[in-house]
Design a protein around this ligand. Structure first.
Ligand SMILES: *[C@@H]1O[C@H](CO)[C@@H](O)[C@H](O)[C@H]1NC(C)=O
Ligand SMILES: *[C@@H]1O[C@H](CO)[C@@H](O)[C@H](O)[C@H]1NC(C)=O
Ligand SMILES: *[C@@H]1O[C@H](CO)[C@@H](O)[C@H](O)[C@H]1NC(C)=O
Ligand SMILES: *[C@@H]1O[C@H](CO)[C@@H](O)[C@H](O)[C@H]1NC(C)=O
Ligand SMILES: *[C@@H]1O[C@H](CO)[C@@H](O)[C@H](O)[C@H]1NC(C)=O
Length: 495
């Protein structure tokens, strides 16, 4: 207690002392209380808008949580969720934010917030950014800005960072990392290359980029598109016979089938796996309280079965997992990418419920507390929006990864190995395809004295890592393990 008080105090001293030199944390940015939370914050929180573009018309919203350990030395991490169109409050509310949100017992009342013992703010200063404009609490005064794509998003996020670090110059010397999940598998490397080029060109302020982190990320049409069949075979979801048939007809090319016999085998595969929760094949699709009661009351099931899907998080994982990636038959191709609400007109997603974040972020008092505009200005907060039209115009990410890793930036590519949405088999294959020498051969890694997954290390500081038993949003399923590998990677320690 005393120690963390001291850390906080010195952080405060640091924050204040820099007013002498330059404008520091913006005056209106501190968040001092949050509806639903009674205690005191373990570290400083700030939030607000950074405006960019012509006439400052694009308003990008960030929520910044300083480190609970040593904010002056710990890395700064930018966090991005995917979609495209999904808010980074997904990460804040459901994955690795400072609070666990407990749903209200009564309808229409606000969730209760508890401290999250596995918050990534335990070891880093973390910026949650809603990007591009139109997503989450970010908006534009001119709706033509809602037509966007990979390239424009990366440029805007770079501009955001330059402006953000001018507002918070005391964090410029800290090691800086860019991190994200799912479609942020595109956002992260495209932005990192912009930042790296800016550093080389002497663009001020000079950011201290050290590396980047991608979880269950989209990377390449071919590798990601070919990943499903080997995944479902390895997981025991299709028979060995069907695997051999589909392999014989498609010859390993599943992403871009060129024959009707291959198509018909693929259809058979899809028919077999229908009904699974694609974001975590171990989780039931509906896992509301009623499902849990049935499982719990069945005494003949071994305890381990009755506890399937339970995590150390005090609250169950979400029922609604929509919005973080693609349905099985719509891989990421060049050109317009449908947002989730657009897709849902034709597809029914049975596991739906994310009221907690929606209720909280649309509440007037919450918006006021976090310095966000009201709904009349910024619009309603949605986990994933269809306000934007998004073009995938950056192509495969492989050239970006090759570029960044050969320039000395450290990369962690991690996969929850039970995610069927962006299966680990694709990420494992594309990282291997770079042709880098293996310097740390496939081995288990340990968290809480247990095997937590597998790791393969490559030259050029590229690491591929799996988290055993985790789904698409790793920290949501395996919060302790996620904090462990995150913190070891940031410190440059062996994972
Ligand atoms: C906050 O504290 C008050 C008084 O101690 C209590 O009545 C209320 O239920 C608490 N609320 C939450 C969200 O914990
Ligand atoms: C909105 O932006 C577009 C493209 O930059 C521009 O042509 C148009 O005039 C703008 N509209 C308004 C109302 O400013
Ligand atoms: C599909 O695969 C063929 C080879 O089988 C290749 O020539 C073609 O370019 C591929 N199409 C796409 C969209 O990648
Ligand atoms: C990385 O890409 C930039 C342009 O975006 C280029 O200038 C640079 O030479 C590339 N570096 C490597 C090592 O490929
Ligand atoms: C790997 O990362 C370490 C620590 O940042 C750095 O010292 C080293 O130069 C990097 N190695 C390569 C090959 O980039």
């Amino acid at each position: 207690m005393a120690k963390s008080g001291l850390v906080l105090y010195s952080a405060l001293a640091l924050l204040c002392s820099c007013f002498v030199f330059t404008q520091c944390a913006p005056e209106k940015a501190p968040v001092t209380q949050l509806p639903g939370f009674n205690g005191s914050f373990p570290s400083k929180h700030y939030s607000g808008y950074v405006t960019i573009g012509p006439h400052h018309r694009r308003h990008l919203f960030y929520y910044f949580v300083t480190s609970e350990r040593d904010p002056s030395k710990d890395p700064v991490v930018l966090w991005l969720n995917g979609g495209p169109g999904c808010s980074s409050f997904d990460g804040f509310v459901y994955e690795h934010g400072p609070f666990n949100f407990e749903a209200a017992k009564k309808q229409k009342s606000l969730p209760r917030l508890h401290l999250n013992p596995y918050s990534w703010s335990k070891v880093s200063n973390i910026i949650y950014l809603d990007s591009p404009a139109g997503v989450g609490l970010s908006y534009s005064k001119n709706s033509s800005d809602y037509q966007t794509g990979d390239i424009k998003t990366a440029l805007d996020s770079h501009t955001f960072l330059l402006k953000w670090f001018k507002l918070y110059p005391e964090f410029l010397p800290n090691p800086f990392f860019i991190a994200g999940e799912s479609y942020a598998g595109i956002y992260v490397p495209t932005l990192a290359v912009e930042v790296a080029n800016g550093i080389d060109a002497g663009v001020k302020p000079i950011l201290n980029l050290k590396g980047y982190i991608v979880g269950n990320g989209v990377a390449d049409e071919k590798f990601d598109g070919n990943a499903l069949v080997p995944f479902v075979h390895g997981m025991g979801l299709i028979s060995n016979d069907l695997f051999e048939e589909v392999n014989r007809e498609c010859k390993g090319n599943y992403y871009n089938s060129s024959s009707s016999t291959c198509d018909s085998k693929l259809t058979k595969v899809y028919q077999v796996i229908v009904g699974l929760n694609i974001y975590d094949i171990l989780e039931p699709c509906y896992h509301g309280p009623s499902t849990r009661k049935v499982a719990a009351s069945n005494d003949r099931l071994p305890v381990s079965f009755r506890q399937l899907g339970e995590t150390e998080r005090p609250l169950p994982v979400r029922k609604r997992m929509f919005g973080r990636a693609w349905p099985l038959r719509a891989p990421v191709r060049d050109g317009p990418v449908p947002t989730w609400p657009q897709l849902l007109n034709s597809v029914s997603v049975p596991c739906t419920n994310d009221e907690v974040a929606t209720a909280w972020l649309n509440d007037k008092a919450v918006r006021k507390a976090i310095h966000a505009e009201e709904q009349s200005v910024a619009g309603a907060w949605e986990l994933c929006t269809d306000r934007i039209s998004y073009n995938h115009d950056a192509g495969s990410m492989i050239k970006y990864h090759r570029n960044l890793t050969s320039r000395g930036y450290r990369a962690l590519i991690f996969s929850g190995d039970h995610d069927m949405c962006v299966p680990y088999t694709g990420s494992e294959a594309w990282t291997r395809s770079l042709g880098y020498k293996i310097v740390d051969e496939w081995r288990s890694w340990i968290s809480n004295e247990q095997v937590a997954g597998y790791i393969q290390g490559y030259e050029n500081n590229l690491t591929f890592l799996t988290i055993k038993g985790a789904g698409h949003t790793v920290p949501e399923y395996k919060p302790r393990e996620a904090l462990d590998f995150f913190s070891r990677f940031l410190r440059g320690k062996r994972i």
